[in-house]
Design a binder for this molecule. Structure first.
Ligand SMILES: Nc1nc2c(ncn2[C@@H]2O[C@H](COP(=O)(O)OP(=O)(O)OP(=O)(O)O)[C@@H](O)[C@H]2O)c(=O)[nH]1
Ligand SMILES: [Zn+2]
Ligand SMILES: [Zn+2]
Length: 233
């Protein structure tokens, strides 16, 4: 089975682009399933269900949505297998900017909003730098010069990606994404692993401690001066 993992910041246009892309794929008689991962709420499943594709929603609540999707990969793949799908598209709204949900044999697609500014490609971290395909949305809202600068900033972060300039409103770029999904040779295996490690810091904040300030916290922590330290037994 093909596993297409679509990551990007909230509101970047992931669902808008995917709906156009799925319409093209459905015309070609392929059988996709969709899994949407978000934190607290999403109406994306309703939008996908209108296309008649099987959809499952996972809400990560107090976990980073990408960490949640990584932890639940088996269950997510099982859902798609039960639908006899040839490929599974998973849309996840990454937040922590230190991880990427892509596994070694998935097709990693990063959706990034061109209006987020030229520094954003440097800020979002591994979910851009480890992607196979970078889809730039909302180019209609900036000038040609700004679009070119944004594209250059993406290539500085990820030299090997294939860039698709898309528009979630008009559907521009969807046929190119559909073609890349159809032509990928990648197939998910029994032993998938992550392309990039999730953040290594495990601290009392991760475990729910609410008090602020250094005296209340233990674990692997980093100071304002950049120095990392372990505080604990
Ligand atoms: N102008 C413009 N608006 C867009 C484009 N793509 C998406 N949008 C709009 O951006 C908003 C967010 O789009 P969604 O597709 O819901 O974004 P998303 O990344 O799936 O959002 P979440 O799943 O909530 O994280 C919607 O109002 C879209 O209509 C684009 O290329 N240009
Ligand atoms: Zn969405
Ligand atoms: Zn994360």
């Amino acid at each position: 089975m093909k596993f297409i993992i679509v990551a990007g910041t909230p509101g970047a246009g992931k669902t808008a682009v995917l709906i156009h892309t799925l319409k093209i794929l459905l015309q070609q008689n392929v059988k996709p399933s969709v899994v949407k991962i978000d934190c607290l709420y999403s109406d994306d499943p309703k939008r996908f269900a209108k296309l008649g594709v099987p959809v499952q929603l996972g809400l990560s609540m107090d976990m980073c949505p990408d960490h949640f999707s990584i932890y639940n990969t088996d269950a997510i793949l099982e859902f798609a297998r039960a639908q006899n799908s040839e490929f599974l598209i998973m849309e996840t709204a990454g937040l922590c900017h230190r991880c990427a949900p892509y596994t070694t044999n998935s097709l990693g697609v990063c959706v990034i909003d061109a209006t987020s500014g030229p520094n954003n490609p440097m800020k979002v971290g591994p979910f851009l730098s480890c992607a196979d395909i970078v889809v730039i949305t909302k180019g209609d809202m900036i000038s040609q010069a700004e679009r070119e600068i944004f594209r250059e900033c993406i290539l500085e972060t990820n030299q090997n990606c294939s860039i698709i300039e898309a528009n979630g409103l008009s559907g521009q770029g969807a046929s190119e994404l559909a073609l890349q999904i159809r032509s990928t040779k990648k197939r998910v295996s029994e032993n998938e692993s992550l392309r990039h490690n999730a953040p290594f810091a495990v601290c009392t904040l991760c475990a729910g401690e609410k008090r602020v300030g250094a005296e209340h916290h233990r674990g692997l922590l980093r100071k304002m001066n950049g120095m990392q330290e372990y505080v604990g037994e």
